[in-house]
Design a protein. Structure first.
Length: 187
């Protein structure tokens, strides 16, 4: 949060990076690291994806939810991810999404925003095999260097298709996500 605040200081709103973009890019890196969570289950078999086309769940102004994908998200920087998300939101709300953005997602991220619920359990968007859900950041007591201090924490839940993966791979994906969030300079 401090790194994002420092980046966003003095930057016009159109160029600021939101925590959601960091979460999306962390999920991209985690999906790349644990390939069994990135792809489609079709006709009784898992088809791993060569790229990460991450679905980003978003609410529409008139109600409803869509999950367009950032195509080739594994080749994007944090700034490009944020721009891509802004573009998807604008086009989704204008009803101008491309068919490929709606059908070629390989894993999805759903975030409850800054003021949503603390946690949720998501339903996988077939034929994808995994969904990363992120609750709204909450300030909680946290132990740092032996002392209790306030920290902003986020609850992550993962829904995974057990025809393709198991708890070990799920734990690997979560660990890779956490590593990416704590080392955003490497994204």
């Amino acid at each position: 949060m401090d790194r994002l605040a420092a980046h966003n200081e003095g930057v016009p709103p159109s160029e600021r990076i939101l925590i959601g973009a960091l979460f999306v890019l962390a999920a991209v890196h985690a999906a790349k690291a644990v390939g069994v969570m990135n792809g489609h289950y079709e006709n009784g078999q898992f088809l791993p994806a060569e790229t990460v086309n991450i679905g980003v769940a978003m609410a529409l102004c008139g109600g409803g939810l869509v999950v367009p994908a950032l195509i080739g998200a594994d080749e994007m920087t944090l700034q490009e991810t944020m721009r891509g998300m802004r573009d998807l939101v604008g086009r989704a709300r204008a009803g101008r999404l491309r068919n490929s953005e709606m059908t070629e997602g390989t894993i999805t991220v759903s975030s409850l925003s800054e003021d949503g619920a603390e946690a949720m359990t998501g339903v996988i968007f077939p034929p994808q095999v995994a969904l990363v859900c992120l609750g709204a950041p909450q300030v909680r007591p946290w132990v740092v260097s032996g002392e209790i201090v306030p920290r902003r924490v986020v609850t992550l839940t993962l829904s995974a298709d057990h025809r393709v993966s198991d708890g070990r791979q799920a734990a690997q994906l979560i660990a890779a996500f956490i590593t990416a969030v704590f080392e955003p300079e490497k994204l």
